[in-house]
Design a binder for this molecule. Structure first.
Ligand code: NAP
Length: 308
């Protein structure tokens, strides 16, 4: 790959965002006029003359945000997309399964997204990342938020025996995100704006016998995202490390005790809110911050005897 392709501040990204003369539909500030019914009759504080007048109240509508979702058919991403669509944001959705992507795109339109673009892409192919990202940002007319939701759980037992199985997990969960985030960071930093929200996992906090290959891919991702934040937060770009505990999605469908896992809609509500706030590190549900503090504190001589 041309190394300059990872430097969007100098190459196609400027063309990508700067050549766009119109913002995405509905992205400009708008004012909604809302009619309110007559005020109640028994209001001694109100001047009589106003009681029978129908009021016109100007309510400023929030500016639609330009949101890129990488891994848009993920259960967690889909739930966030539903909420962003409902509030009228502009969305660009990337996933590898065309049928499921078409369904998510159609659903987002129905729910009220101001505009929805999409691209089918296998994100393991890092050579396509620069063109894909430049195109997405060009289509959106800028970038407020990128949510990176791609991930595979993989088969731990297989990955213990086969390097190629382990490599696949590490590639999808770590190397491909590093490629995407390097490009996005180099796009956002010189523009001093944007939020990069990355789904890592509590599994990255301590190597466990039952899932250390997946866990190590997320540990690498967490360290990369934390370091990236320390590099570009001062440029005005928010970089979020999101650490979910177990959530009811396709990824955990075959797991024992699934009924106790977090509800995906509740997780999405937390994520949509904390992405707006631009938090640094988010455990979701929040109880996992405490659980992981306890798990990290267990001495290794004890931990290695546990069946975790
Ligand atoms: N669910 C949990 O308990 C949990 C806990 C902690 C962290 N997380 C993390 O949260 C993120 C979202 O997970 P989820 O729970 O929403 O699981 P999910 O529904 O299985 O979503 C994973 C998504 O990644 C996509 N993907 C995998 N490889 C890809 C590739 N090469 N190119 C494009 N897309 C690819 C999958 O697409 P296909 O459907 O086409 O395969 C799927 O849409 C993941 O990073 C996961 O590791 C999940």
């Amino acid at each position: 790959m041309n190394p300059d392709a990872q430097n969007p501040s100098k190459t196609s990204a400027d063309a990508a965002s700067d050549s766009v003369s119109k913002p995405a539909a509905g992205a400009e500030d708008q004012v909604a006029v809302v009619s309110r019914a007559d005020p109640p009759q028994h209001d001694p504080e109100r001047p009589l003359a106003l009681r029978s007048v129908r009021e016109q109240v100007e309510v400023p509508r929030r500016t639609a945000r330009k949101i890129l979702v990488l891994g848009a058919t993920s259960g967690i991403a889909e739930a966030c997309i539903r909420q962003w669509a409902q509030r009228g944001d502009a969305l660009y959705l990337v996933a590898r399964n065309p049928d499921r992507l078409a369904a998510v795109t159609a659903d987002a339109r129905t729910r009220g997204a101001s505009s929805v673009g999409s691209a089918v892409a296998d994100l393991d192919d890092t050579t396509t990342h620069p063109e894909l990202l430049a195109h997405a940002i060009n289509w959106l007319g800028g970038l407020d938020v990128a949510l990176l939701a791609v991930g595979v759980l993989g088969e731990q037992s297989q990955a213990e025996r086969s390097f190629s199985a382990a490599h696949q997990i590490l590639h999808t969960n770590f190397l491909a995100p590093v490629s995407l985030l390097t490009w996005l960071a180099n796009y956002a930093a010189p523009r001093h704006a944007g939020t990069l929200a990355v789904l890592s996992s509590v599994a990255g906090e301590r190597g466990r016998r039952s899932n250390y290959v997946y866990g190590s891919s997320k540990a690498g991702l967490t360290a990369f995202v934390d370091g990236l934040r320390n590099r570009i937060d001062r440029e005005g770009v928010r970089v979020m490390t999101i650490k979910p505990g177990p959530v009811k999605t396709a990824m955990t469908e075959a797991m024992k005790g699934r009924e106790k896992f977090a509800d995906v809609e509740a997780v999405a509500t937390t994520l949509v809110k904390t992405i707006d706030m631009g938090k640094d590190v988010v455990y979701v549900p929040g109880i996992w911050r405490i659980i992981m503090a306890v798990i990290r504190a267990i001495p290794e001589r004890v931990f290695k005897k546990l069946n975790l």
